[in-house]
Design a protein. Structure first.
Length: 268
């Protein structure tokens, strides 16, 4: 699999197909495999599909520090520059959506359009129930190891409550999360990124065509992130996926692929 090095960090990615390029960025504890149900439709539509493993995920490096959304965005830019494919349509799930937003604000020349899938909104707090679960996950990782945390509190996260009502979705997600290295939880130093602005305050600066996809049964806090993005980005369109939760690439891959393909074609 190809790789790109930025400083001491190696980012692995997959690059398939030819045609208009699409970049797919996964969410927290997941990796590029999240998109496997979506990729065949994109390739069948004549698109070039680039999937990366964010640092601390999949086959990419696991540094002790550097897990702020700005670090991930810089890694993405390094991959795009190294591959040399020009601006891409950026698709991000969950924290991957936050990364795409960061790129859109700080490096808009890297993107042609965006599809934000159940996105995290950078610089916004998580709702208490989800934050409590993250604290439990962190505690179990440090005390008992990553596999125990992934099979325990992370598997019970309220974020996945609706998605995991379908056993095949739980199984597909578990096949990925069981390989999560947990490096950001085990870091001995915390990221300290100081800047004078917050991303929600800059949504109106984004001029990229944007679709925001969110599950009808998504957690309230994440539903609010999606609605904020859709209302704050000029011209953005909100698509609500009926009877779906947080894991749209696994729950509704054909519909998600169709939304991506439609947006690509609108840019021609």
């Amino acid at each position: 699999m190809p790789e790109v090095k930025r400083d001491d960090v190696t980012i692995f990615f997959e690059d398939e197909g030819s045609g208009p390029p699409v970049l797919l960025i996964h969410g927290h504890t997941l990796d590029r495999r999240l998109w496997e149900p979506v990729v065949p439709s994109l390739l069948g539509a004549g698109l070039r599909v680039l999937r990366i493993d964010l640092r601390g995920h999949g086959l990419s490096s696991r540094p002790d520090i550097g897990y702020h959304v700005s670090h991930h965005a810089a890694d993405v830019a390094a991959v795009l520059d190294a591959v040399g494919i020009g601006p891409v349509l950026g698709v991000g799930h969950s924290i991957g959506g936050a990364v795409v937003l960061e790129v859109a604000v700080t490096m808009p020349h890297q993107l042609t359009a965006m599809v934000l899938v159940s996105p995290v909104m950078p610089d916004r707090n998580f709702e208490p129930a989800f934050m409590d679960n993250l604290r439990e996950v962190a505690g179990v990782i440090r005390a008992e190891g990553v596999p125990t945390a992934m099979a325990g509190p992370w598997d019970r996260s309220p974020l996945f409550e609706h998605s995991f009502r379908r056993p095949e979705i739980r199984q597909a997600a578990a096949a990925i999360t069981r390989d999560f290295p947990g490096a950001d939880y085990l870091a001995t130093q915390r990221d300290r990124v100081e800047r004078t602005w917050s991303l929600p305050g800059r949504l109106t600066e984004i001029s990229l065509p944007t679709v925001v996809a969110v599950g009808e049964k998504e957690m309230p806090g994440f539903r609010a992130y999606a609605e904020e993005a859709a209302s704050g980005i000029p011209g953005a369109r909100l698509e609500v996926f009926e009877d779906c939760g947080h894991l749209l690439p696994l729950e509704a891959p054909e519909r998600l692929a169709a939304a991506i393909i439609t947006l690509v074609r609108q840019q021609r």
